[in-house]
Write a protein that binds this ligand. Structure first.
Ligand code: ATP
Ligand code: MG
Length: 636
């Protein structure tokens, strides 16, 4: 039996049982057999959720880039590590081999050193999806500097807040970025942000769009000439397993983002382990995750997890709609992608369009499909399964968070039978618990509750940067000795988990707790519906009633809107029950979303409750314009 690579269901159960009965032996063996350590650990694990304090592989020494790059050079030096696909399909894709990656990371690391960056310093990376992004992340890790990647779609205010929160010394950026048919003046945004940041001593600028930009004397420098003069050799800085690797801010769906701190050893072991199993990666596969490296999905499953396995990982600079809605499928066809990992928001956006965008491409290379970021509704699941996977590719609905570092609940392809909307079973080492409102664990099957995790796993975030109290309050105070996820879930008759939405979004109607995901999934079953979001609003009799915001598909179905309203409520009655019927249904052109594409129900809740004075900052949204539109079209 191999702990590292699970191939069938019986093996999953055996491995899972071992991981729960003897977690230290289990993770100790995985770590020992599959990674390079400069010094072995004293303890596999020590932990105390009341403080909270969690340490994995304490006393061990390593460098994560040695595991992600150097150790592959002997056998995989000429293998492609990163396929970079540019925004414009007319520009040539790049194939960066492991040898080449090694050289570029070493040079970059030497540049960082020459600018005075040392182990433990924070470096803010504000770059588009160009090779320099992955390379600068790895260069920081090479010298033990802590990277803080900020998604390059964020505003100057959001960037300044994150730079100041982490007290960064340097910013790495570009002269601009291409995004579909647009260009974005990244350097201008950085200049504006830095007016509010005193900790930054240097700014390195990659050339991408060849825009004329301002360079501040003594602070800003072009990256390329520095790289050209740097040595291609850089010995890795050997760090402790518990030294911080990076800070990454949560998406901010529920409020002020939190700077989660991930450390080195446990994060490496867990992301590599889950990558191998969840995507069933085989030596010559081409794997593509469409996320941006600015999110945790990109950190763990574009950069660290794949590279630690010596994989070929695709990095895409552009957007799914440019030059048209067939772009994803064109890339799958072009690079013969075997594993494809995206978000429900992208699937729903593509499903809204004509199938002709997809059918022109050959997708037969695909073996495994993944979903992450939000609950995937049933309709989107089937569209993905039927049209993209042609019924032949297992779909892994992966539930996890910035805080968890790696995927927590997910099917393992060819082992776990999948069911739409179910994230299914916990991965080895993950011990979920459902809790009721009184703080008791709800045992057995066919139950629901608040999703907690009762035992540490290697990639759990160790703290919130500069605010350990907030870390304790947010995750470890709601339930004794448990990590609280903030999400609700149900466990079905066979023990499968279904995420029902964020606990903050649950609506109590006539005393019943209603999660958002199952109701939205029922609404989206309607053939004319593209996407929906439900929220509660005060109601005299029921306490709360449900308000649905619904976008319609662009193709096919043209029906009378009142009929659609009635049919939606019928669907809800059939799938869930009359208790969940919507009192109001408003058709809208778009739903407010975070920059990572998640529906922001808290804004809709305020609109539905007429609490317009209190919308908060909507400028951080992906599509701030829809808010005004929704308010204007609001039903009274
Ligand atoms: P913030 O914590 O700042 O409000 P966020 O929770 O959106 O932002 P992330 O860490 O990016 O930040 O997202 C994690 C959340 O995304 C989970 O807690 C869950 O609500 C949702 N999520 C992720 N994957 C899935 C999935 N497969 N099924 C259901 N929900 C998911
Ligand atoms: Mg969250």
């Amino acid at each position: 039996m191999s702990n590292y690579h699970i191939k069938h269901l019986e093996e999953y159960f055996q491995v899972y049982r071992k991981s729960v009965r003897e977690p230290e032996n289990f993770w100790g063996e995985v770590a020992e057999e599959h990674f390079v350590w400069r010094k072995k650990w004293k303890n596999v694990l020590s932990w105390d959720f009341t403080k909270p304090e969690i340490k994995w592989f304490e006393g061990a020494k390593l460098n994560i880039t040695e595991n992600c790059i150097d150790r592959h050079l002997r056998t995989r030096g000429d293998k492609t590590a990163i396929i970079w696909e540019p925004n414009d399909p007319g520009e040539k894709a790049l194939h960066i081999t492991y040898n080449n990656l090694h050289e570029r990371v070493c040079k970059f690391a030497n540049v960082l050193k020459s600018k005075g960056i040392k182990k433990g310093d924070r470096v803010c990376i504000y770059l588009p999806m160009i090779p320099e992004l992955a390379i600068s992340v790895l260069a920081c890790a090479r010298i033990g500097a802590i990277h803080s990647v900020v998604f390059a779609g964020f505003s100057s205010t959001a960037l300044a807040t994150r730079i100041n929160d982490a007290d960064c010394k340097m910013v790495i950026t570009a002269d601009g970025s291409f995004r579909g048919s647009k260009t974005i003046d990244l350097k201008g945004i950085v200049d504006e942000a830095l007016e509010k940041c005193s900790s930054i001593t240097s700014v390195l600028v990659a050339k991408r769009i060849k825009a004329a930009i301002n360079m501040k004397e003594g602070r800003d420098e072009w990256l390329q000439p520095l790289l050209d003069n740097a040595s291609p050799q850089c010995e890795p800085e050997i760090v402790d397993a518990e030294d911080p690797l990076f800070i990454l801010y949560t998406s901010g769906s529920t409020g002020k983002p939190k700077g989660m701190v991930h450390t080195t050893g446990g994060y490496m072991v867990y992301t590599a382990y889950t990558f191998k199993n969840i995507f069933q990666y085989r030596e010559n596969d081409v794997y593509w995750c469409t996320a941006d490296i600015g999110w945790i999905t990109g950190h763990s499953y574009i950069v660290y997890g794949p590279l630690a396995n010596g994989a070929t990982t695709v990095m895409f600079e552009g957007v799914p709609s440019y030059p048209d809605f067939g772009r994803f499928w064109e890339i799958v066809d072009k690079h013969k992608v075997n594993q494809f990992y995206t978000a429900p928001t992208a699937i729903r956006a593509l499903a809204k369009k004509s199938l002709d965008f997809l059918t022109t491409y050959n997708l037969s290379s695909l073996k495994v499909l993944g979903s992450v970021g939000e609950p995937i509704n049933e309709e989107a699941w089937h569209w993905y399964n039927d049209n993209v996977g042609k019924g032949n590719c297992p779909i892994v609905d992966t539930w996890w968070q910035t805080e968890t570092g790696g995927i927590m609940i997910s099917p393992i392809p060819y082992a776990t039978p999948t069911i739409p909307t179910y994230a299914t079973l916990p991965l080895p080492g993950i011990q979920p618990a459902l809790m009721d409102e009184e703080g008791n664990e709800v045992k057995g099957n066919l139950v629901d509750g608040r999703l907690c995790i009762k035992f540490p796993w290697p990639s759990i975030a160790r703290t919130i940067w500069g605010n350990h109290e907030r870390y304790k309050d947010t995750y470890f105070s709601a339930y004794k000795n448990m990590y609280f996820t903030g999400d609700g879930a149900l466990r079905d008759a066979v023990g499968y988990y279904r995420i029902t939405g964020r606990v903050d979004d649950v609506v109590i109607v006539s005393g019943h707790n209603l999660g958002t995901a199952p109701i939205e999934s029922a609404i989206n079953e309607h053939p004319a519906v593209a996407e929906s979001a439900i929220v509660g609003f005060p109601h005299d009799v029921k306490g709360n009633a449900l308000y649905g915001f619904v976008t319609l598909k662009e193709v096919g179905e043209t029906r009378d809107r009142d009929n659609v309203r009635n049919e939606i409520n019928q669907q809800i009655t059939e799938h869930i029950g009359p208790i969940a019927k919507l009192d109001k249904i408003q058709f809208v052109n778009g739903l407010p979303k975070t920059r990572s594409g998640k529906i922001m129900r808290r804004i809709l809740r305020k609109i539905a409750s007429n609490d317009l004075s209190n919308l908060g900052d909507t400028s951080t949204l992906l599509n701030p314009d829809v808010v005004e539109e929704i308010i204007n079209g609001k039903l009274d």
